[in-house]
Design a protein around this ligand. Structure first.
Ligand code: ADP
Ligand code: MG
Length: 177
């Protein structure tokens, strides 16, 4: 059996987690063995669960380093990873190894940071993936299709956990206002 890689990407509030949970739940319905991981640093909604902005939820294992995914994914059929842009650079080889060993790997993450720059290893993951789905939010300023995560505060660090308090989805025009 051959494995493959699926990337679900987009801005904040674009439905990445919603889509990831949808795919993983369908794999479970097909009686496939599913393992789900998220970076331990992301505890915004819940320590263990992955939670979407429309309150879907799925159990996951929070981990510190990408290598733990190899150790913990064992004999499963499908591996899901959320917020994959937060992982160390080892994540690319880990995801590739999992797919090479016959697993379906579905990763979800931000393709751009708050400055509109590619985020972490997302470009590399998109390059090696068989399938890429870009999902879109709604621009909170004008209602057009949003591609960007606009930061509402002056903070300059790339990783700053936050939600509607500190970020909003914006289209290209309103992002540059
Ligand atoms: P992501 O993981 O990409 O941040 P989620 O899957 O957690 O997104 O959340 C998607 C949900 O967020 C949508 O179904 C919708 O209910 C809600 N939502 C809130 N703000 C927006 C927005 N500006 N555009 C689209 N969806 C939004
Ligand atoms: Mg999400």
């Amino acid at each position: 059996r051959t494995g493959w890689i699926e990337v679900v990407c987009g801005s904040m509030f674009s439905g990445k987690t919603e889509e990831l949970i949808r795919r993983l739940n369908r794999a479970k319905i097909a009686k496939q063995k599913v393992e789900i991981f998220k970076p331990a640093l992301d505890t915004r909604y819940h320590e263990e669960n992955i939670v979407s902005h429309n309150s879907l939820m799925i159990r996951s294992t929070p981990i510190q380093s990408s290598q733990e995914i190899l150790l913990l994914s064992g004999d499963c059929d499908v591996v899901g990873i959320d917020e994959v842009q937060f992982f160390d650079s080892g994540i690319v080889e880990v995801v590739n190894n999992l797919a090479n060993s016959g697993k379906r790997v579905i990763v979800a993450g931000l393709d751009m940071d708050f400055q509109g720059k590619p985020f972490g290893e997302m470009p590399a993951l998109m390059a090696i993936a068989e399938y890429i789905t870009k999902v879109h939010a709604v621009c909170v300023v004008c209602g057009d299709v949003a591609n960007y995560s606009y930061r509402k505060t002056a903070a300059q660090e790339q990783v700053m956990l936050g939600e509607t308090d500190s970020y909003e989805a914006r289209c290209r025009k309103c992002f540059h206002l």
